[in-house]
Design a protein around this ligand. Sequence first.
Ligand code: GLN
Length: 446
Amino acid sequence: TQQTLAALKETDQQIGAFLTLNEEQALAAAKAVDEEGIDPDNLLAGIPIAIKDNIMTKGLRTTAASKILANFTPVYDATVMKKIYANDMIVIGKTNMDEFAMGGSTENSAFKITKNPWDTTKVPGGSSGGSAAAVAAGMVPFALGSDTGGSIRQPASFTGVVGMKPTYGRISRWGLIAFGSSLDQIGPFARNIKDNAALLNILVGKDEHDGTSVDGYPADFTANLTAGVKGMRIGLPKEYLGAGVQKEVKQAILAAADKYRELGATVDEVSLPHSKYGVAAYYIISSSEASSNLQRFDGIRYGVRSKDARNLNDVYVRSRTEGFGPEVKRRIMLGMYSLSAGYYDAYFKKATQVRTLMQQDFTNIFKDHDLILGPVAPTTAYGIGEDSDDPLTMYAGDVLSVPVNMAGLPGLSLPAGFASGLPIGMQLIGKPFAEATLYQAGYAFE
Ligand code: GLN
């Protein structure tokens, strides 16, 4: 822990992955683990981990990278944090992100820009860009992120690490600052498949505080890693290699398909016909849910209160005006609009119908396929500042990641090559609760 903190402080001057360090408590926790002695069955004891700053950590500042929570220290731990502590992992600090997880480059943070460790002129992806960059730069071996429409998989892809977005319900969302509650999942980042699976092992399970969480199987995601892919049926959606996908990204995915064939799997073309509506439907549903979830930030109960307010209404208006950044305001307005009486049928209801069609697309493929292979994002990491003032271009970059959240499926992002020195990520998508199959196929490729 001492070494990690010392090296990290040096490296993070260039990268900017962390918002808050947990130095004192981390050292004390490590000392306690030393004194207790490490349980030989506990692979993760004493190992440092970084936590995305939208996950509640008792006694440790939690901002969701928003000015409105700049001074907020939670009084309770998220369920995942209880599990991390119960396994004697050492929490090193909280990582930068797009404000309230809204974005794909970490440029929407109210506090700082995080740089891609492979090329510091490029973004690390987002919204969990700090967690991905911290692992990619070797500052920590593990991190937690959250994924509403790609926020674990896309930064994993941009930084060349392994990121898992688990099945909806696999991990409790209690203590995750809610964005789109029907889409959000917490998940692990690690340097390789085996580490990632070992971390998922301790995060899962039913929690009485989250009614959507379930007890799943198997007990150990690392158990089948070496089983190979012989006989596996893999589908390659034609929509995932179409226009807008960078040439090198497409080549890397086709090469991965060939490698899977060599390893004994079958790979054939499949179709996700409704995926082209995915971005539109996702932004309506996620913004609608966000506009409801973010009502709690009113300047009264927690967070920053405007100093200039003269009456109650003024407290709400000024605290929110000063506290929320432009992207968050845009989503609240979009969400309120699509939920309002006159527009509900045309927008929100329509988007939920599209969501059902997208789910059916996947169900059809999984009738005779074990998994789906494709890119995570259409391109490799782009330049800092390149797209940041153009929300629609940013949203379009989510086209390959949001279908997984719309259908509640598990999605694994793992490195599949490089283009001009930047990592290319590939995505494996599985049936509900088939994370073990994804890890198995990922391990065979790795
Ligand atoms: N980029 C997407 C968005 O801005 C996804 C974010 C996420 O998964 N949290 O909504």
